[in-house]
Design a protein around this ligand. Sequence first.
Ligand SMILES: *[C@@H]1O[C@H](CO)[C@@H](O)[C@H](O)[C@H]1NC(C)=O
Ligand SMILES: *[C@@H]1O[C@H](CO)[C@@H](O)[C@H](O)[C@H]1NC(C)=O
Ligand SMILES: *[C@@H]1O[C@H](CO)[C@@H](O)[C@H](O)[C@H]1NC(C)=O
Ligand SMILES: *[C@@H]1O[C@H](CO)[C@@H](O)[C@H](O)[C@H]1NC(C)=O
Length: 340
Amino acid sequence: MSSPNKPKPLLPLKARLSISLLMTLTDASCRSNGTVNRRLLNILERKSLAKATPINGVSTKDITVNAECNIWFRLFTPTDNVTGAEGDNKTASLPVVIFFHGGGFTFLSAASTSYDTLCRRFCREINVIVVSVNYRRTPEYRYPTQYEDGESVLRFLDENKSILPKNVDLSKCFLAGDSAGGNLAHHIAVRACKAGFQKIRVIGLISIQPFFGGEERTEAEIHLEGSFMISMARTDWLWKVFLPEGSNRDHGAANVSGPNAEDLSGLDFPDTLVFVGGFDALIDWQKRYYDWLKISGKKAELIEYPNMMHGFYAFPDLPESSQFIFQVKDFINNRVSNSK
Ligand SMILES: *[C@@H]1O[C@H](CO)[C@@H](O)[C@H](O)[C@H]1NC(C)=O
Ligand SMILES: *[C@@H]1O[C@H](CO)[C@@H](O)[C@H](O)[C@H]1NC(C)=O
Ligand SMILES: *[C@@H]1O[C@H](CO)[C@@H](O)[C@H](O)[C@H]1NC(C)=O
Ligand SMILES: *[C@@H]1O[C@H](CO)[C@@H](O)[C@H](O)[C@H]1NC(C)=O
């Protein structure tokens, strides 16, 4: 738990305890030799199975993309709108949110209960189809495996539309991700711009407290060190096992707006919504990301939650978590009506 002189957001006790427990166990599973204790993590990480029978108007199904590499996705379909019971026309086409889970590239999966819950909320409350991607993780697989796995899921969808519900509209795709998933969503958006997909058109990017970094220590990293979830020791470890051996954190995958960054100016990069929290030690990097999108001539919007920490949206009891879902919904609806 944070020391008394560190700044703290106001959080329910339950949320604080579960984060504190999670962090203790996470630290215990990361070894200094760059491996993780998967056996310990598998016991700790709560998982949910896919459920074909609708719960609260959402049914889920796991679809394999590449069995050998364990690449798959969990498909969330809103059941109340798929076919009209009386044959009435409720079959309006639905946008797709392709979601990348967080966990520092190392932890959690598309089956994690917290992500199953979040994707169900997106599906039900926004009325979209959600594809939650399971990619290979670090330290077993380094960069760029995670970006390649994400791209291969997009390619699979582009070629295999028939596997999705009939009312899906792949010309209204959104990429979304939180934390390390926000990093993936960005880099996969760049790849999607160059991929030449036949059916998929990415019309928006939802970047939720994305995990970016660099060699420099930012003011927020120093000021908020150890106060909440993110510590430099943890993020340094995560970058070290993710980035190619011999490179430092100014690699373009981490320092996304630095000198090794991909030039976006010539790309048809999607409009982007960036969420940041005032108690997130990564906030300075995230704001620079937003600034850099603007400098590159891209449309971007920044929504700041001054009192929120990294991962706040995963706590449905927080009013900010509901507000967050509404803002994602607004963004999606606006992009869909503007792209008609
Ligand atoms: C890393 O440490 C663990 C636990 O001490 C050990 O089991 C494992 O073999 C080590 N791996 C490497 C690559 O050194
Ligand atoms: C069904 O879809 C329509 C149009 O997108 C939406 O307004 C309505 O809320 C949805 N109904 C349910 C039960 O989700
Ligand atoms: C589309 O699905 C088929 C059958 O599952 C598979 O063989 C093929 O590789 C898929 N396409 C892509 C691009 O993954
Ligand atoms: C990225 O790299 C540049 C050059 O090394 C450095 O000045 C900057 O602080 C780094 N971080 C960010 C967020 O740009």
